[in-house]
Design a protein around this ligand. Structure first.
Ligand code: ATP
Ligand code: MG
Length: 571
């Protein structure tokens, strides 16, 4: 893993002369100029349905779909389903739902590599007939031995020079189920001394008597990724096949198959994967997190899966903007997670209605306010959005404020409530604390206060009241569960571990705090899952899918400010 933290645009992007043109666009512009693919731009997003999509995939989705849109082209969705043992239709459904939610549309172009199995088989036969593929009987382990090392060339398999007829018969036998798993493979006959390992007679078909989520038991041989991907691109008329850097070594093989099969030849282009600080980004690791119970599932709001981010309350707009902002680059880097958090904060600041919610309720009794009086006060829904209008918040003698907004012995520059001091109650009056009441254990359980009845919505000239705190009416407040999510890992690079540890040793023990009895204003009665709000002075929250009409459940999306930055600065 590369360590530099990428705080802005990718380097390649910054260095290109034309503004807002990334290196992929430069390549496309070159193709349009040379006319290699005419004036067509046709991309695809090719997920393997073996897990849920994550924010890294969002980068690839945004790139492929946006390029198609920018150039007036098309983008396909293709499931790269060549591995029957790990793939499930549950994943196909979740992937489609996630891409739609992100706001991209593949229209009727939903393809499956498994739909091409017959054609791929015919192409394998074509290679055999051209003397470019053979059936090999080396075991996987022997195969590795024969491949040689970085410094030494490989050895020829003893099966390399079978006759074309024998290869055709054996390959037909493989398809017919005549041989057990692992006993034979079909290999491309390329060059065992090639400096690039992937060109040393790579396996292109293997025997797997396994049920496939789409083709059922029709096949017991399956093509390898390298023998599927480029050919699928070719069949769909893809022009630029954009993938991540780990496939750079595979490009010569991609090109070799297109050339030898004499088929439409797309251009493979590689870009750097997205990694985020305080996160892991691999389906395998997500499976560990889910299976070992560190999170509640693929859509746990702490997961960087699209479904996790959606449940947490992230907006698709903020994720798309984030992907645009980080840009594409050829250099592996780790993006600071605060950049993602800032994008959702910025979007929600513009669109989220404000409400008052008290997470740690402390009862306040206003001694000079009648017990039977209710005043309906007007509160602004969103100061950033004039069209959002106002709502009513009831004001009564008994209120809740947040425990953190009271200090018995105030520290310097504490502008909230303390014995004898005044603050403004948001949208309401100036309040003064007269006394604090304790329980038997000595904890403060209630404040006795008074209000200045002349100060409703007015700032008296004779005194300066700096603090403004939020509150809810004790009689009207709704009891809510609030889930305070924090980063899942407590270190910037959880993948970096000491010997004998794995990434789970860096899990943040405080990544979830559940508040059972928060008090929220009555306008939140009847909220629906996935609605989002700003709890004034606290943060942005979304309604979780576990919510009920009796008891709303809220997830913290992000705090109002980057609290981790503050912690690091002060410590
Ligand atoms: P993982 O490592 O999480 O298992 P993967 O690469 O195996 O991911 P695929 O389903 O094969 O997942 O990926 C589909 C597409 O998304 C590929 O083109 C892949 O290159 C791209 N992709 C995967 N992870 C990232 C990432 N972190 N950043 C950008 N693109 C990614
Ligand atoms: Mg993969």
């Amino acid at each position: 893993m590369v360590e530099n933290v990428n705080l802005g645009k990718g380097e390649d992007q910054a260095s290109t002369p034309e503004k807002h043109i990334n290196f992929v666009e430069e390549i496309i512009n070159g193709h349009l100029k040379s006319g290699r693919f005419g004036q067509i731009v046709h991309t695809r997003f090719p997920p393997e349905p073996n897990g849920y999509l994550h924010i890294g995939h969002a980068k690839s989705i945004a790139l492929n779909f946006s390029l198609a849109e920018k150039y007036g082209g098309l983008c396909n969705l293709r499931f790269d389903d060549t591995n029957p043992s790990k793939e499930e239709s549950e994943y196909v459904d979740s992937i489609k739902a996630d891409i739609k939610w992100l706001g991209f549309d593949w229209e009727d172009r939903e393809y499956y590599a498994s739909d091409y199995f017959e054609q791929l088989y015919a192409w394998a036969v074509k290679l055999i007939k051209a003397g470019l593929a053979y059936v090999c009987e080396l075991s996987a382990e022997e195969g590795r031995e024969y491949r040689g090392t970085l410094t030494e060339p490989g050895k020829h398999s003893p099966y390399r020079n079978r006759s074309i007829k024998e290869n055709l018969d054996l390959f037909a036998g493989m398809r017919a189920g005549a041989f057990p798993d692992g006993s034979k493979t079909l290999k491309a006959k390329i060059d065992m001394a090639h400096p690039n390992f992937t060109m040393r007679d790579p396996v292109i078909y293997r025997i797997l008597h396994d049920h496939h989520h789409r083709t059922g038991d029709k096949w017991c041989i399956y093509p390898m990724y390298d023998f599927t991907h480029g050919q699928s691109d070719s069949l769909e008329g893809i022009t630029q096949s954009i993938c991540t850097l780990e496939f750079e070594n595979h490009r010569p093989l991609y090109d070799w198959f297109c050339e030898k099969l004499e088929i439409h030849h797309p251009q493979q282009i590689e870009f750097a994967r997205l990694n985020l600080t305080y996160m892991v980004m691999s389906k395998r690791k997500f499976l560990t997190l889910v299976n070992e119970g560190h999170v509640s599932g693929w859509d746990d709001p702490r997961m960087p899966t699209i479904s996790g981010l959606r449940r947490r309350g992230y907006t698709p707009e903020s994720i798309r903007k984030f992907c645009e902002y980080i840009g594409v680059s050829k250099n592996n880097s780790v993006v600071d997670v605060t950049i993602l958090e800032n994008h959702v904060r910025e979007h929600l600041n513009a669109v989220a209605p404000r409400v008052m919610a008290v997470l740690k309720p402390l009862k306040v009794v206003i001694e000079n306010y009648p017990a039977d009086k209710i005043e309906n006060l007007e509160a602004v829904n969103n100061p950033e959005d004039e069209t959002a209008g106002n709502r009513i918040v009831p004001f009564t003698r008994e209120l809740y404020i947040d425990h953190d907004d009271f200090m018995e012995v105030p520290v310097k520059k504490y502008f909230r409530l303390a014995p004898g001091t005044e603050v403004r109650l948001r949208y309401a009056y100036i309040i003064k604390c007269e006394s604090a009441i304790r329980d038997e254990a000595g904890n403060i359980v209630e404040l006795r206060c008074s209000i200045d009845l002349d100060t409703l919505g007015k700032q008296p000239l004779d005194r300066r009241v700096k603090g403004v705190i939020h509150w809810v009416s004790a009689d009207h407040a709704i009891d809510a569960q609030v889930r305070l999510y924090d980063r899942l890992f407590s270190v910037e690079h959880p993948d970096k571990v000491e010997e004998g540890e794995d990434f789970t040793s860096h899990l943040n023990p405080d990544s979830l705090e559940i508040i059972e009895h928060a008090k929220v204003e009555p306008s939140l009665l009847g909220v629906k899952a996935s609605e989002r709000f700003q709890f004034e002075r606290v943060g942005y929250f979304s309604v979780d899918k576990d919510t009920t009409p009796e008891k709303p459940v809220f997830n913290r999306i992000v705090s109002l400010r980057d609290s981790w930055a503050r912690i690091t600065r002060n410590s």
